[in-house]
Design a protein. Sequence first.
Length: 170
Amino acid sequence: MLRTLLTASLISFNLLSPLEIAQIQHSEGSRMAETAQFQRIEQPIWIKGAITLAGLGLLGLELWWFLGSKPQSKKASSNQGIQEITITVDGGYQPSRVVVHSGQPVRLNFERHDSNSCLEEIRLPDFQIQKQLPLNQMTTVEFTPNQPGNYEFTCGMNMFRGVIEVTAST
């Protein structure tokens, strides 16, 4: 590297003759041809096995994380005819699945502890609700679901999600 830099400097100041430049290029070209070949590096079989097992373990963990883990579910408590639950916003929503009854008012209290800008906002598109969630403060969202079903709530960028499961009133 230093030799190449020195050679380039001498060429730029016209201190080398064209014949000397050709000789330098020829010698560097032959060295590059020698080092351009791949060389096999032998590894012990136990290292190959450990790397393979580590890769398979990480693949299994990824599959479990995205396909196998179940969201935490919690039923809202009823207080004076209003179904109420507190949802902690910290790297996602806890609980991420809320169970309520249809036809009764619902109060979701979002308490945000994560400074991630994506979690600055909560959206409930089925109820036309969109609210800002100030950091380390409680924000209340109220609505009344009339039909049973699953209604999604998301962050402002649709990256973090939760579900409100509305069951038929008994």
